[in-house]
Design a protein around this ligand. Structure first.
Ligand code: DGJ
Length: 731
């Protein structure tokens, strides 16, 4: 038997096609207006990533360059490194074949370039001649935005099923002396906490295994400052990247002995050895990246421009100001409570009322977080007149109407959980763990997909016109398992997220106009995958303005301000106990999509006047928040002040936000900010908002853009929580 195997192996080796094919050495340049990703097809058919960064003029100049190919070569820098051949690093692709082997070697078979409006798509086909596996690397190069979006299509062209053990969306290979990684970790009420880390030669992995609330621990995004250990806002080379995926993800950063950095981004392979039948194709999520030599600010602006135009649902459109019922009423309300809140919302000039949790469930009324999820009919005792009555009332008042759902979940105390125990995520014979007293529904099951779609669909029918849905998701997946998938549990995590997207796609087909907020215990789903279907996110359950300074600063490094739901709540703050002045709360909330989340009745007459004033002024400049370019003036992580501004594309208007977040004794003068993004040669009239006496000596006067950028703009922010907002209008 042994001898037979040896013979067979020798024969196979003899018959095996030569892997290293002879192809014409070729340079493939994926270019945007200011950046270039240059790939080199070697004569043996291997495709390498040569350069990502600035445009290089004619990229064909790279043609004579050779990639190391001696015996010690470990094939680092492959455009899509696969386990096999000489490659022994962290792979983008690792496939286990039906015969138990693990080796894949991908060789170039051709490429195509297809220009579209504003974007050029380059597709490169790679083949493994032994196993028939094929990979198409697709790069969309957004010209003006300088953003490249890449994904991979993995085709099982062999005759037998395979298992995908790693299947990253894409790989980058960078060459700089050193790298500063900026990434975002977090927890409930502490979303998007910024961390800078100088990368050594070990491997740095950023991963989520949370299943649903993919981003509350880590966010699938990063910035890399090249050739420095310093995070620089305005200068230097920075790459920003993000994965468009709302499920488990993994980002890997691996530096080799030559200081080159391999970056991989993709779905996490954790418990997800994905089976791919013969002939089937797996399409990975998008890996989005941009390069800028204008520091982190330039990278953010590139991403934001791209996101507003091509990615965020309804990106760039203005979402209404709102009053949300949650922190003002929680589960304790009647129709009367809500009507009075609507009166106040309309009175203050807000534009929408959002009824949050607590409106549904009859057999198991939702009077707390322990019951009712799954039974989505209005609670007849609390709201005998129904949702229709509330929505009509809101509309009569000139308000839009929104409502909260959490369709992926069931409380054990619900008719749903009792009728469909097999729809709950669970593993045979094991406890089904609860989180916030609830279970997760199994979205890998198409029947559950239909049900979840139905919840949205029926909620939309509760009134002739629902303008806004807040889609919540309040727990992670633990002890995972799908009764539907049987022995194929490896598919679970991937298919849960695909199921979620299937539902969202159907929703968008049927309800293109409804505004959807993506919430997951706050910022548990802040990612470009969800944002393809959602207009905005609930940035964090932490509504304390001081905490929000840090959360919003970091969120906005990657995601545009138009998606950041930002609410004024009461004091002491319900999460932190912190007490901040109402003006500071407004000034901070106005740097995102402004809302309020408190019982308006608790405001004094003086506070109501201030609220009215802030809301009305916000409407004058919010187009800048929604579609302007951000320039960060001072990082809250660096000192006592936070400052940022949004400038219109044509530089004719800007809004500047400034905040004091630590008291600086003896700082009697103003805090000098160098305004950015203005036209130096134009003159801007500067008007402070919402005050009778300005904190800047130049208020009401006009200055050149050059002057304002010099540091002469120095509002006096003398105390902790002093804040000021200025509108700049070119004359
Ligand atoms: C968590 C959300 O983040 C809150 O804003 C609120 O909607 C609650 N869920 C309701 O249960």
């Amino acid at each position: 038997m042994k001898r037979f195997c040896l013979l067979a192996a020798l024969l196979l080796t003899a018959l095996a096609p030569s892997l290293a094919r002879e192809v014409k050495k070729t340079v493939i340049a994926v270019e945007t207006e200011n950046s270039a990703l240059v790939l080199l097809v070697q004569e043996n058919g291997q495709v390498f990533n040569l350069h990502y960064g600035t445009r290089v003029g004619d990229a064909q100049q790279f043609l004579p360059m050779a990639v190391d190919s001696d015996d010690y070569n470990t094939a680092s820098g492959l455009a899509y490194p696969a386990t096999g051949g000489r490659f022994i690093g962290e792979p983008a692709l690792h496939v286990k074949y039906a015969d138990g082997t693990h080796n894949t070697e991908l060789y170039y078979s051709g490429h195509s370039i297809e220009p579209r409006l504003g974007c050029i798509t380059t597709s490169i086909r790679l083949d493994d001649p032994v196993t028939g596996l094929q990979v198409n690397l697709v790069y969309d190069a957004y010209q003006k935005e300088n953003v490249i979006v890449t994904h991979s299509e993995i085709v099982n062209g062999g005759g037998r099923p395979v298992q995908l053990l790693n299947y990253a969306s894409g790989a980058l290979y960078l060459d700089a002396d050193e790298y500063l990684l900026t990434h975002f970790h977090g927890a409930w009420a502490a979303d998007m906490q910024l961390e800078h880390e100088w990368l050594g030669h070990d491997m740095k992995v950023i991963e989520s295994r949370r299943g649903t609330q993919a981003t509350q621990g880590n966010n699938p995004s990063f910035l890399l400052s090249l050739g420095t250990r310093e995070f620089r806002e305005n200068e230097g080379e920075v790459i920003a990247g993000a994965l468009a995926w709302s499920g488990n993800f993994r980002l890997c950063f691996e530096q080799d002995a030559g200081h080159r950095l391999s970056v991989l981004a993709g779905i996490s392979p954790f418990a997800s050895a994905y089976p791919l039948a013969a002939g089937d194709t797996f399409v990975t999520p998008d890996f989005i990246y941009t390069w800028s030599d204008q520091g982190a600010g330039g990278a953010s602006r590139n991403l934001h421009r791209w996101a507003r135009k091509y990615s965020v649902y309804g990106g760039g459109e203005i979402n209404p100001t709102l009053l949300n019922s949650w922190e003002g009423a929680y589960f304790n309300f009647t129709t009367e409570t809500l009507l009075r809140m609507m009166d106040d919302a309309a009175g203050m000039g807000l534009e929408m009322f959002v009824l949050d949790d607590g409106w549904f469930g009859n057999d198991y009324p939702r009077n707390g977080d322990n019951a009712g999820l799954g039974d989505w009919e209005p609670n007849a005792q609390k709201l005998p007149e129904g949702i229709d009555y509330l929505a009509r009332y809101a509309h009569r008042k000139g308000l839009k109407f929104g409502i909260w759902i959490e369709p992926e979940m069931a409380n054990p105390q619900s008719n749903l959980a009792q009728a469909h125990p097999d729809w709950v995520v669970q593993s045979p014979g094991r406890d089904i763990y609860q989180g916030r007293n609830q279970w997760v529904l199994d979205l890998s099951n198409p029947e559950v997909e239909d049900f979840v779609f139905g919840i949205f669909d029926r909620t939309m029918q509760l009134a002739p016109h629902i303008d806004y849905i807040k889609w919540d998701c309040n727990r992670v997946i633990q002890s995972f398992g799908s009764p539907y998938l049987g022995a194929e549990q490896d598919r679970f995590y991937v298919e849960y997220t695909q199921g979620l997207y299937n539902v969202m796609r159907r929703i968008r087909d049927k309800y293109p106009k409804v505004i959807v907020q993506c919430c997951s215990s706050g910022g548990g789903r802040v990612d470009y995958g969800a944002l393809r279907y959602c207009n905005e996110v609930w940035t964090s359950d932490n509504t304390d303005a001081l905490s929000r300074v840090f959360i919003q600063y970091a969120t906005n490094l990657i995601y545009p301000a138009c998606v950041m739901g930002s609410h004024v709540s009461t004091v002491p703050n319900h999460q932190t106990g912190n007490v901040t002045p109402l003006k500071f709360r407004f000034d901070l909330a106005c740097s995102g999509r402004l809302g309020m989340e408190l019982q308006p009745k608790t405001l004094s007459a003086e506070e109501r006047t201030l609220a009215d004033r802030c809301i009305s002024s916000y409407k004058q400049y919010r187009d800048l928040v929604f579609s302007g370019n951000v320039y960060r003036l001072a990082s809250p992580y660096d000192g006592s002040y936070y400052g940022l501004m949004y400038v219109s594309e044509d530089k004719s208007r800007a809004v500047v936000f400034t905040y004091c977040i630590h008291y600086e004794p003896r700082n009697v003068g103003g805090k000098s900010f160098k305004l950015r993004g203005l036209d130096p040669s134009r003159t801007y009239r500067v008007t402070e908002q919402n005050v009778n006496r300005s904190c800047w000596w130049g208020n009401g006067q006009s200055f050149s853009g050059q002057f304002l950028s010099s540091g002469a703009f120095n509002p006096v922010l003398p105390q902790l929580y002093s804040s000021a907002v200025f509108l700049l209008e070119a004359e």
